[in-house]
Design a protein around this ligand. Structure first.
Ligand code: 5AD
Ligand code: FES
Length: 348
């Protein structure tokens, strides 16, 4: 099996049987981690890119069974930020070193193309040296195109699970893996830097499902790959299921780094939620991005996709200082940089 890790590091791929065995066993985690860190340093050195996450609406028309802001959760207190409030988050983030702003929200019809385009272009005008990333779910090709023309260059849309049957166990019948994938290929075709990914340890997930997720990512060839453990939310249909583990998430982060050496891969808040050292461990296992929250403190405890979410009480500056110390303790440094993907692989 040790040979399998070497083979993955060299050829960036394995056959399905080898991948399944690697995903299912814990004995090679340290070797995987060492190889992944080596690869990450070859491409990105010790740089960790920061993305300022602005959670601007928790209204959502969808009813995903795992998610705390699903339409059906009547206990969720809903909020929307105004365009001025969103710009104020950027004003706070820029002097803290952010050169990427990620606008993330539920699928909220209030934010139609016009409204969102106005917000995107306002940010681009005020901060021309910053990238705007959108994470607002499934929309039409035309909508994605307008938003791209308004200045959004990157888009995050996790595929969640590539297997249509598993997808059906996590979502109501009106949603489909097929449409999700179509959206991702639309985004790519338009010219966005695209991010996808999946949750680790969702109900009913099998090792075979994870292999399918990795195969789908190979097909899509995204610039960004976000994975994090599923974390239980008590007001969802999955309230009775256990959260995914940090251990398997870390193993998969290393496998992803070896399969996609150039990818931008975050150490996620959900990983930090299931383990106190989750984000540091994630960075050591191959991740090279962190996404501190820039949302106003008054709404932070309302954007709860899962229980126990960390960083909900902190001011942005506190969060950045805390994260900076964590990144340094893990052996890396935060870069004040847009942090675009390095396709040529040249180290800085
Ligand atoms: N646990 C972990 N991650 C979740 N997400 C949604 N709900 C949960 C949960 N309960 C993830 C999804 C989504 C991203 C924004 O957050 O993968 O794409
Ligand atoms: Fe947010 Fe530590 S990273 S408080």
């Amino acid at each position: 099996m040790a040979d399998t890790v070497k083979k993955l590091a060299l050829s960036r791929d394995l056959d399905d049987g080898e991948l399944s065995a690697l995903i299912a066993a814990d004995v090679h985690d340290e070797e995987l981690r060492v190889e992944a860190d080596k690869k990450r340093r070859e491409v990105y050195g010790d740089a960790v890119f920061i993305r300022g996450l602005i959670e601007f609406t928790n209204y959502c028309k969808n009813d995903c069974y795992y998610c705390g802001i699903r339409h059906g959760n009547k206990k969720a207190e809903r909020f929307r930020l105004s365009p001025d409030e969103i710009l104020a988050c950027c004003d706070e983030g820029y002097p803290l070193g952010f050169r990427t702003f990620v606008l993330q929200g539920g699928e909220d019809p209030f934010f139609d193309d016009n409204t969102l385009c106005t917000i995107v272009s306002a940010i681009r005008n005020r901060y021309p040296d910053c990238a705007v990333t959108l994470s607002v779910g499934e929309r039409s090709h035309g909508s994605y195109l307008e938003l791209f023309r308004a200045g959004a260059e990157r888009y995050l849309l996790r595929h969640e699970t590539a297997d249509p049957v598993h997808y059906g166990k996590l979502h109501p019948a009106v949603m489909s893996a097929e449409n999700r994938k179509k959206c991702l290929f639309d985004l790519k075709e338009i010219g966005y830097q695209v991010g996808s990914g999946f949750m680790v340890g969702t109900p009913y997930q099998t090792v075979g499902n994870i292999v399918s997720d990795l195969r789908f990512l190979q097909e899509l060839d995204p610039d960004m790959i976000g994975i994090g453990p599923f974390v239980t939310h008590s007001e969802t249909p999955f309230a009775g299921f256990e959260s995914g583990s940090a251990e398997l998430t870390l193993r998969l982060l290393s496998i992803l780094r070896l399969m996609f050496p150039h990818a931008l891969i975050p150490a996620t808040t959900s990983l930090g939620t299931v383990s106190p050292t989750g984000r540091e461990d994630g960075l050591r296992s191959g991740a090279n991005v962190v996404m501190p929250n820039l949302s106003p403190v008054r709404v932070r405890n309302k954007y709860l996709l899962y229980d126990g979410k960390i960083c909900t009480g902190e001011e942005s500056a506190q969060c950045v200082a805390c994260l900076d110390a964590r990144v340094r303790s893990a052996g890396y440094r935060i870069a004040v940089d847009r942090g675009d993907v390095r396709k040529d692989g040249a180290p800085k």
